[in-house]
Design a protein around this ligand. Structure first.
Ligand SMILES: Cc1cc2nc3c(=O)[nH]c(=O)nc-3n(C[C@H](O)[C@H](O)[C@H](O)COP(=O)(O)OP(=O)(O)OC[C@H]3O[C@@H](n4cnc5c(N)ncnc54)[C@H](O)[C@@H]3O)c2cc1C
Length: 555
């Protein structure tokens, strides 16, 4: 089945143009790191869809991983990351992450990020699932992301008067602009505001960095904030870049279950709560993880998510319980202030109540394929953070490696831009291939198709149904009315279509991809990456790139 996707989103022609040396899209850890560093190389324009702190970064609870303890080493961090990635990590990319990580985290501290400290004044480090050493720096109990976002925004405010950096909020990027030779040369964007830069315009740049975060809103329920609609992945695909490893989705096992009708971003209950001793029970009170894995409730995230879904199927319930009552009110309030407050706001007190939880989408391990400098297949276009696929996560992200990836690879991109003689500003040309748009009311159908067919547990049949529902939507729900909702819906549809295609093709179980009909890992046929791109007329093409034996990640 050939699915044809738009090569451009239908949108009004730009009514104004602005120029910079480097255009950075997104203001999470990745975008802010690039912008603050790249201004040393030229004039930076940073644009972001809504408010500066609206991305996933501010929601991160657990922490940021780095080998900071003298007992730890980058080699050990590398080894743990490769195990989690289940054979598909790029070991060179991981090596860059773990060796440069400690320095980048210390720079973040120098910038003002206040991590919790040990009695001797060094950064206090905890452990999370999959890490064999204490290496997770954290802040505010369970508010690490908020502190990192605060520190980076404070650094941005300090350069407020610097003419080498300009920031525009409420600026939604629609498409990547390309020149006649295919090079990326800017973006079209819709700015909500007053004055000369309202409506649709063009921001031209000699280098373009996408740092637009993840795709969580492709599913009916997710821990990701509303801005995570896969815009950067879809825009890069339309511009000629490649999307890799999209089938590897991390579902978090313990997300507060707020009823069948709850949609969109749902409150996360960190696995650190289980790390402190909370346990999972099915609705009949049984501890179902005990017989499933030697680490029981602290088994790897994907194993727990599958255990939860199986327990739900077995009992016919829509959730399981998280039992933290024995940890005590005082301990819970001190160690997890944010989580306790969030649960209480929905009427559950973890100190006295069983808390209903179910899995929800949490993290995209794949994304826009890049090299070690963040360059994509489109010259001039970089990608960084959750939108990208640098190769560090393979089939499954190791907990707390994602903030680190944004920091390390954001820095690498800024260095690459500084080292390169940026070319002259190229003029955009209209890209060949179809323009298109889906009606906003298709959004719920995309989310429904993806949740039912490409969720935690997948089969060939469920994925074929998801793919045909998405193909039908592309035919039946076309729209001519360019709105922010229609752009977002079209992006969700495109990213969902690639994800479902990859998940259908990969007939094995590995990392964040669980096929009930192919329950084993199959290195003979599937030790490699699925990579998608569009042909000139928007046809979705997928290559399978087998790894050379020497590059295999976990051996
Ligand atoms: C609840 C939760 C807990 C987490 N806990 C941890 C943790 O403990 N440790 C860890 O390492 N990771 C954690 N993660 C993952 C981590 O937070 C993210 O992977 C990381 O913050 C991504 O950073 P980013 O800069 O790539 O994207 P984001 O922080 O998501 O930023 C993306 C930016 O792009 C903007 N944007 C999006 N689309 C457009 C557009 N079309 N035009 C303009 N701007 C756009 C957004 O508004 C936003 O500013 C967690 C995630 C969630 C949701």
């Amino acid at each position: 089945m050939t699915l044809t996707l738009p090569r451009r989103l239908a949108a009004p022609a730009p009514g104004w143009t602005t120029r910079a040396d480097v255009v950075v899209v997104g203001s999470g850890i990745a975008g802010l790191t690039v912008a603050l560093e790249a201004r040393k190389a030229g004039r930076v324009l940073l644009v972001t869809k809504t408010r500066l702190d609206a991305g996933s970064t501010a929601w991160a609870q657990g922490g940021i991983a780095a080998a900071l303890d003298p007992e730890d080493s980058p080699e050990q961090h590398l080894a743990d990351t490769l195990v989690a990635g289940a054979g598909l990590c790029d070991a060179t990319a991981v090596r860059a992450l773990v060796t440069e990580g400690p320095r980048r985290v210390r720079e973040l501290v120098a910038l003002g990020a206040a991590f919790e400290l040990a009695p001797d004044g060094t950064i206090a480090l905890t452990r999370e699932g999959g890490h064999l050493r204490h290496r997770i720096a954290h802040a505010g109990g369970d508010a690490t992301g908020r502190e990192i976002q605060r520190a980076l925004l404070e650094a941005l405010r300090e350069v407020h008067d610097d003419p080498s950096i300009e920031v525009v909020e409420h600026a939604l990027v629609i498409d990547v602009l390309t020149a006649a030779d295919g090079r990326a040369c800017g973006v079209t964007l819709h700015v909500i505001g007053e004055g000369a830069r309202d409506g649709v315009g063009a921001a031209l740049g000699r280098a373009l960095v996408l740092a637009t975060g993840g795709l969580g809103q492709v599913y009916a329920s997710t821990t990701n904030p509303p801005v995570a609609t896969g815009d950067g992945m879809a825009a890069a695909l339309r511009a000629g870049a490649e999307l890799a490893d999209l089938e590897f989705v991390q579902f978090h096992p313990t997300v507060l279950w707020l009823g069948r009708a709850a949609k969109g971003q749902q409150p996360l209950i960190s696995e650190a709560v289980r790390g402190e001793g909370a346990v999972l029970r099915d609705v009949e009170g049984r501890r179902f993880m005990a017989g499933r894995h030697e680490l029981a409730d602290l088994a790897p995230r994907d194993v727990v998510a599958k255990g939860v879904v199986t327990a739900m199927h077995e009992t016919g319930a829509e959730h399981v319980w998280l039992d933290a009552r024995h940890l005590g009110a005082a301990f819970l309030a001190e160690r997890f202030p944010g989580i306790v407050a969030s649960c209480r706001s929905y009427g559950f007190d973890p100190a006295t109540d069983l808390v209903p939880v179910a899995p929800a989408q949490h993290y995209a391990s794949g994304g826009v394929r890049t090299d070690l400098s963040g360059r994509t297949a489109v010259p001039g276009l970089y990608a960084c953070g959750e939108v990208s696929c640098t190769g560090v996560h393979g089939a499954n992200r190791l907990a707390s490696n994602s903030l680190l990836e944004g920091l390390v690879y954001g820095h690498r991109i800024a260095l690459d831009i500084a080292d390169e003689d940026l070319p002259r500003q190229a003029e955009p040309v209209e890209r060949a291939g179809p323009a298109g748009l889906l009606a906003p009311d298709a959004r719920l159908f995309v989310q429904g198709a993806m949740t039912a067919g490409a969720g935690v547990l997948r089969t060939g049949e469920s994925l074929a149904t998801a793919e045909s529902r998405l193909a039908r939507l592309a035919e039946e729900r076309r729209s001519r009315d360019p709105t922010t909702e229609a752009w977002a819906t079209t992006n969700l549809h495109q990213v969902g279509a690639v994800l479902a295609r990859h998940a259908a093709l990969r007939e094995e179980t590995r990392g964040g991809h669980w096929r009930e009909d192919h329950p084993e890992r199959d290195d003979e046929h599937w030790l490699g990456h699925l990579v998608a791109h569009l042909d000139a007329s928007g046809g979705l093409l997928t290559d399978y790139r087998r790894l050379p034996v020497t590059a295999r990640g976990d051996r």
